[in-house]
Design a protein around this ligand. Structure first.
Ligand SMILES: Cc1ncc(COP(=O)(O)O)c(C=O)c1O
Ligand SMILES: [Zn+2]
Length: 468
């Protein structure tokens, strides 16, 4: 597999270039559009491409091959991303840098389903990747391209998870990495990861959008492979959870997939994965993909409300779900196309709703980081609005592990997270749910009688508030 297996196509003007011809900012020189990776068999390929492409993927053969690779001992077969490499032949096998990413669980969430008022709810937990977030699936793909093209340096601007993933994969591949993060605005666990994996970590006195501005300039002045999600190879890896999810569901397509929205690449990546599977005949239809934003970082939601998505209205982003604290998302047009093509919705949720949803997912024994919990908060809203009906099968994409932001969880349980105004926004039912879910640590003397009395009191309180 080599560079000639694919091309890059501008998502705005349709111009096509060889992968190696792309500029350092991954934008079309004519119209500033972002690129998609296309193959001879892609939905957007021309008849000439199809004629030139020998061995077009065959759905039954692919399913069989992907299953077979599960028993292989080869690292690239054990990877839950590269196992599907037939549908993103972007590098030679020898160039692949893998940490055996993917292979993430699909959990059922029966109690959350009941809370939301639907029969069937699953969570594809991308936080169970090697560095604890979905970013690993894209990073293994794009960093392997950087390695094959001989880059020494890679870089990204990040709200935390991209930097953790990039630093890890760069270290594995023997490349050097530079991380730009907004000072004081990312979770400590994520910051510690980029240091642990040996990246040059630069905290800029600005927000995420400011970090992107600085890095975009830097890559035009120094030979660095840019690993933000404007890099279309990231999305090739990030589309693979769609394949894995369908495999786990025995190829039964769910009605709805819900993702959080930050820089807005992930929803588009999964949309690309589903659309390619549909085009190749692996599935008979695509699920609706909905994107949920935090109310304080809602540029796509606002733009849809105010101008039907004709133009992006950037916002000054502010949310405790720091992973999605992004006001000027690069991939908004790609995300909008995914919403339109699949018939999904864009919703926003408040800080209080995010906190409650996160605690509810945690109480199922699954847990996730705050940005991931917007999916469940959004699901509740979409059901209440009648946009999702009881019998529809829904999959939430949980993007990050609960340990990514343990301070948020501790503050929630100590009732130190929300302001009074935010807390007052909760309905009486939501307030009661918060009261049941909060489990602050109890400090006691080391005496079993005292512990026993506390346990008895706790049992009385629990039985008085818990539903029979
Ligand atoms: C945990 C988590 N969830 C969601 C997102 C948003 O993904 P995207 O930027 O592709 O919209 C990010 C990163 O930005 C993230 O780290
Ligand atoms: Zn263009």
């Amino acid at each position: 597999m080599s560079e000639e297996t694919h091309q890059l196509r501008c998502t705005e003007c349709g111009a096509r270039i060889a992968g190696t011809a792309v500029n350092s900012i991954f934008r079309c020189p004519d119209c500033n559009g972002l690129y998609d990776v296309i193959y001879p068999w892609s939905p957007l390929a021309t008849s000439a491409d199809v004629a030139s492409g020998s061995n077009l993927p065959n759905p039954s053969a692919l399913r069989w091959l992907w299953q077979e690779r599960r028993t292989s001992t080869l690292p690239i077969d054990q990877s839950g991303v590269w196992r599907f490499r037939d549908l993103f032949p972007i590098v030679k096998n020898e160039s692949i840098v893998t940490l055996r990413e993917g292979n993430t669980p699909l959990y059922d969430l029966p109690r959350c389903a009941k809370i939301a008022g639907i029969d069937w709810l699953l969570a594809k937990h991308q936080g169970m990747n090697p560095t604890g977030s979905f970013k690993d699936t894209g990073m293994t793909a794009a960093l392997s391209v950087a390695a094959q093209r001989g880059f020494e340096w890679v870089a990204c601007a990040s709200t935390g998870n991209t930097s953790a993933a990039m630093a890890a994969y760069a270290a594995r591949g023997g490349l050097r990495s530079i991380v730009f993060i907004p000072e004081g605005k990312i979770a400590w666990g994520k910051l510690s990861q980029s240091m642990d994996y040996g990246a040059l970590t630069i905290q800029l006195k600005t927000d995420f959008d400011g970090c992107v501005r600085v890095l975009t300039d830097l890559v035009t002045r120094f030979p660095i492979f840019l690993l933000n999600s404007v890099n279309p190879y990231r999305l090739e890896g990030q589309k693979t959870p769609a394949f894995e999810m369908l495999e786990q569901l025995e190829w039964q397509v769910p009605e709805h997939v819900i993702v959080p929205g930050g820089n807005l690449a992930n929803g588009a990546a999964l949309g690309k994965g589903f659309s390619e599977m549909h085009h190749l005949g692996l599935i008979p239809r695509v699920p609706k993909i909905s994107i949920i934003q935090a109310e304080g970082a809602n540029p796509l939601y606002r733009s849809l409300q105010e101008n039907g998505g004709k133009q992006l209205i950037p916002v000054k982003a502010n949310t405790r779900a720091t992973a999605i604290r992004i006001g000027n998302p690069a991939s908004w047009r790609k995300a909008l196309r995914t919403l339109n093509a699949t018939g999904g919705w864009c919703e926003q949720v408040t800080e209080q709703e995010i906190a409650l949803a996160k605690a509810e997912i945690g109480a199922e024994g699954v847990g996730c980081e705050p940005a991931s919990a917007v999916t469940f908060a959004g699901l509740k809203k979409l059901v209440a609005q009648g946009k999702i009906t009881r019998e529809e099968r829904v999959v939430l994409v949980l993007t990050g592990h609960t340990l990514k932001d343990s301070q948020y969880t501790i503050d929630y349980h100590r009732n130190e997270l929300l302001t009074e105004v935010e807390a007052a926004g909760a309905s009486p039912l939501q307030q009661a749910q918060h009261a049941i879910l909060r489990k602050p640590p109890v400090v006691l003397e080391a005496d079993s009688d005292i512990v026993l009395r506390t346990l008895e009191t706790h049992m009385k309180i629990s039985s008085s508030v818990l539903p029979a």
